[in-house]
Design a protein around this ligand. Structure first.
Ligand SMILES: Cc1cc2nc3c(=O)[nH]c(=O)nc-3n(C[C@H](O)[C@H](O)[C@H](O)COP(=O)(O)O)c2cc1C
Length: 187
């Protein structure tokens, strides 16, 4: 019975958060690090959750104004939405309720899946929406095999404010908090 009540309460909380239209879910108070992620099929969400816990960081999710349906993600279909977006380097998919205040953060970890060997265009939308002066950016990705380098080069070209942009890393979505912390402390 207790379990059912807890489950009901957490579902209610999730519904309220959903209805409020918040892009972001802050996790830790007074952190100088934010983990900001986009995830279409859940892998990067797992990595971002681990990273936020390992760093005691606040966590925010970038949500597309128009969610990606299963057929949008069918990258074996030449004309699917993602392939069309990735082929057009100038395309900027709209972010739902872009309300993340990056002012309090010294370090911003940006996590995303690799699409078409690069960062999703919605990451470009996010990058171009802010001035990152004085900050350090740590890119992270999950992927089926492609590495992060090309996306980091792209981000460096788009980003405003001349922040320090670390090399970043492709990580597994099920990395442990301990392994994540060990890697993070080495950069
Ligand atoms: C539309 C689409 C395009 C993809 N393109 C690539 C790619 O070019 N190279 C690669 O290594 N993986 C590619 N993948 C695999 C994803 O990068 C990988 O599954 C990632 O972990 C998905 O993250 P997510 O679950 O957070 O969305 C692609 C996946 C999708 C859905």
């Amino acid at each position: 019975m207790k379990r059912i009540i807890i489950k009901l309460l957490s579902s209610l909380f999730a519904v309220i958060m959903g209805l409020s239209g918040l892009t972001s879910v802050a996790q830790a108070a007074n952190s100088d690090t934010a983990v900001i992620f986009f995830s279409a099929t859940g892998n990067t969400r797992g990595l971002a959750a681990t990273a936020a816990v390992a760093l005691g960081a606040d966590k925010y999710e970038i949500l597309p104004a128009k969610p990606y349906a299963r057929e949008d993600l069918d990258h074996y279909n030449e004309n699917c939405r993602v392939n069309v977006e990735q082929k057009d380097k100038a395309l900027r998919p709209e972010i739902k309720d872009l309300n993340i205040d990056i002012t309090p953060y010294k370090t911003i970890v940006i996590a995303y899946p690799i699409w078409g060997a690069e960062e999703p265009r919605i990451i470009d939308t996010f990058i171009e929406s802010y001035d990152f002066s004085g900050k350090t950016i740590v890119p992270l990705c999950t992927s089926g095999g492609n590495d992060i380098q090309q996306s980091v080069e792209n981000i460096k070209k788009l980003i405003k404010g001349n922040p320090v942009v670390k090399d970043g890393k492709r990580l597994m979505s099920n990395i442990t908090a301990e392994d994540f912390k060990n890697w993070y402390e080495s950069i």
